[in-house]
Write a protein that binds this ligand. Structure first.
Ligand SMILES: [Zn+2]
Length: 140
């Protein structure tokens, strides 16, 4: 079965060391993730693609203890739902990226700790292919 990205254009895939794909405006230099055709700051079109650093620093986080409201493509069954961490990671490029965290124990998460990008299975599609998403895990 294939391992497909949950959405095209979010990260380089397949890749041994995947990177998030952002866009930088050629006018005002605004860096945006996910990449957008039109700059959210000045609306100029045609920004250039930038691959973001794979390591950053945890800026804030929370634990999603109950299934998020629709549209949520993961397991929303309250009996089997597994809480997950969500956080903002500040990357060296000066951008804060919101993403899932591999860790869901708040005791093991500290603001300012180093985090690295991983791509992991999120769910499966109707054909049984793995749908992969990006997440951050505490850096070794
Ligand atoms: Zn701009």
């Amino acid at each position: 079965m294939a391992k497909n990205p949950i959405q095209d254009g979010l990260f380089t895939w397949p890749a041994e060391h995947p990177q998030l794909i952002a866009s930088r405006c050629k006018g005002c230099q605004e860096l945006t993730f996910p990449a957008q055709d039109a700059c959210p700051a000045c609306a100029r079109r045609g920004g250039e693609e930038v691959l973001l650093s794979r390591e950053g620093v945890l800026w804030s986080f929370t634990i999603q203890r109950f299934p998020p409201p629709p549209p949520f493509e993961g397991d929303a069954d309250r009996e089997t739902y597994v809480p997950f961490g969500v956080g903002y990671v500040e990357l060296p490029e000066g951008i804060r990226v919101e993403g899932r965290l591999t860790e869901n124990d708040p005791e093991k998460l500290v603001i300012g700790m180093g985090m690295e990008l991983v791509v992991e299975k999120f769910t499966e599609d109707a054909e049984g292919n793995d749908l992969m998403t990006f997440a951050f895990r505490p850096a070794a």
